[in-house]
Ligand binder design. Structure first.
Ligand code: CMC
Length: 426
């Protein structure tokens, strides 16, 4: 039975009913799609704090309870038991694969994991110290030039091919942006390795010698990828969907998502965490940093703390905190930056300001620490997030197209500029 809410629009002295839509879990949504045509009034929600921009069956987040589900499966279980490619399959197709489906899927990903040699030439156009995210925006966008003419996004099978291509190529795209930075030769994938291990091999191996991937680090890599794979309608995913709504090429849509992810309030936060720890410099400076974060006249924020949706705890941060400790123990890392991070976490968690505002360490706080321990340069942190999130982006892109054409996304605005006026006679 359809439920309705009564909406009184006082300025226009009208009252109407609006249907309520129910999801499987989470808050219901008032359907306001006909509000403007019937009442001539718009909804105002900058920042989308009260807006469901689409229907989606991929990821569920309950920020109050600290729940994150991919296709119904809790993130904690997936991070512990699944491989990243299994999760990619789940996100894309809705169910966990059988062994046979997994074997075929792995083969398809492997088939597409190389980059066209001409794509490698693009890298040479960048300054050698270019940020890997800048390179990734450029290179992924440029792939649309390679796969545009024979790509028909109205054909479901071609859409799946494009999605698999993106997931398959992203490790080499990311690793190559780092290798270019340090002047090392591009490394090609090794098909005998798993997805995470292969990325480590392309990052840290050398063509001149065998690189043995340590299983603890390969598993940590897969876990990082799984935790970052999707997160419902966040800024970068919404960017991908918005770009896709115009029928844009999938590689261009994902390049738009990478650009959106780069910002320090989103995927750039794990890099910002490390810069902040560097600035703090020593445990004795932590109280000064906490005081600055609390000062309304200071724009400084504790990077890696707080989340738009999680107002209790971030379930991803619990998993990654455990992985970070395991990897640090395994590597026997003794890094003063890590000591600052652990102390900062302890102090912030017992401070009234952070408790009152429900500001907890988010996934990026620990992923920064973990990636540093695994010897990733800070500039690669967000690139790794982009690599992992590609599976979420392509799944959301596929879902949007599978839902049929709802038309181009076109938000409206509340105009606050000058009213109509005449050009002066001179
Ligand atoms: N340090 C100090 N104060 C903070 C912080 C912080 N990191 N985050 C929020 N606050 C304060 C903020 O000043 C405000 O205080 P008041 O109510 O007195 O004005 C209150 O907490 C609410 O802040 P908000 O900006 O309204 O919260 P939001 O939901 O819009 O922002 C956020 C969420 C993640 C952008 C923000 O917490 C932040 O900037 N955190 C640091 C950056 C970060 O770690 N981002 C990674 C997010 S997780 C990865 C991802 O999903 O992309």
């Amino acid at each position: 039975m359809t439920r309705y809410v009564t909406a009184s629009i006082t300025k226009k002295k009208t009252e109407g009913v609006l249907p309520v839509m129910e999801g499987t879990m989470g808050p219901d949504a008032v359907d306001i799609t006909s509000m403007y045509s019937q009442q001539g009034i718009l909804a105002f929600d900058p920042g989308f704090r009260s807006t469901a921009s689409c229907q989606s069956a991929i990821t569920f987040v309950d920020g109050e309870k600290g729940i994150l589900l991919y296709r119904g499966y809790p993130i904690e279980q997936l991070a512990e038991k699944a491989s990243y490619l299994e999760v990619v399959y789940l996100l894309m197709f809705g169910e966990l694969p059988t062994q046979e489906e997994m074997d075929i899927f792995r083969q398809r990903v492997t088939h597409f994991n190389m980059l066209h040699e001409q794509v490698l030439d693009f890298y040479k156009g960048f300054r050698r110290d270019a940020h890997p995210m800048a390179v990734m925006v450029g290179v992924v966008g440029a792939l649309s030039a390679f796969y545009h003419d024979h790509m028909d996004i109205n054909d479901p099978e071609q859409r799946i091919n494009a999605a698999i291509r993106l997931v398959a190529k992203m490790p080499m795209i990311a690793a190559s942006s780092y290798n270019y930075n340090i002047g090392a030769p591009h490394r090609y994938p090794r098909n005998a390795l798993g997805y995470g291990a292969n990325f480590l091999h392309m990052m840290f191996g050398m063509p001149s010698e065998d690189y043995v991937v340590e299983p603890v680090l390969a598993r940590a890599m897969e876990s990082i990828f799984i935790l970052h794979a999707d997160h419902e309608q966040n800024a970068s995913t919404s960017t991908v969907r918005l770009a896709a709504s115009s029928g844009a090429n999938p590689f261009a849509c994902i390049a738009a998502g990478i650009a959106s992810l780069w910002g320090p309030a989103h995927g750039g936060a794990n890099e910002a965490v490390l810069s902040m720890l560097g600035e703090i410099g020593s445990v004795k400076n932590i109280p000064k940093a906490i005081a600055r974060a609390k000062d309304k006249n200071d724009s400084f924020r504790l990077m890696g703390f707080g989340h738009r949706v999680y107002k209790n705890f971030d379930p991803r941060s619990r998993v990654i905190q455990k992985t970070a400790r395991e990897v640090l123990d395994y590597l026997g890392t003794d890094d003063p930056m890590l000591e600052i991070a652990m102390r900062l976490e302890e102090i912030a968690l017992s401070d009234e300001y952070f408790i009152e505002r429900k500001l907890y360490p988010n996934v990026d706080f620990y992923s920064g620490i973990l990636l540093k321990a695994m010897k990733f340069p800070t500039t690669m942190f967000t690139a790794i997030f982009a690599l992992a999130r590609t599976s979420g982006w392509v799944s959301q892109w596929l879902e949007l197209h599978n839902q049929g054409n709802h038309g181009i996304d076109r938000p409206r605005q509340l105009y606050v500029g000058k009213p109509t006026r005449d050009y002066p006679n001179k």
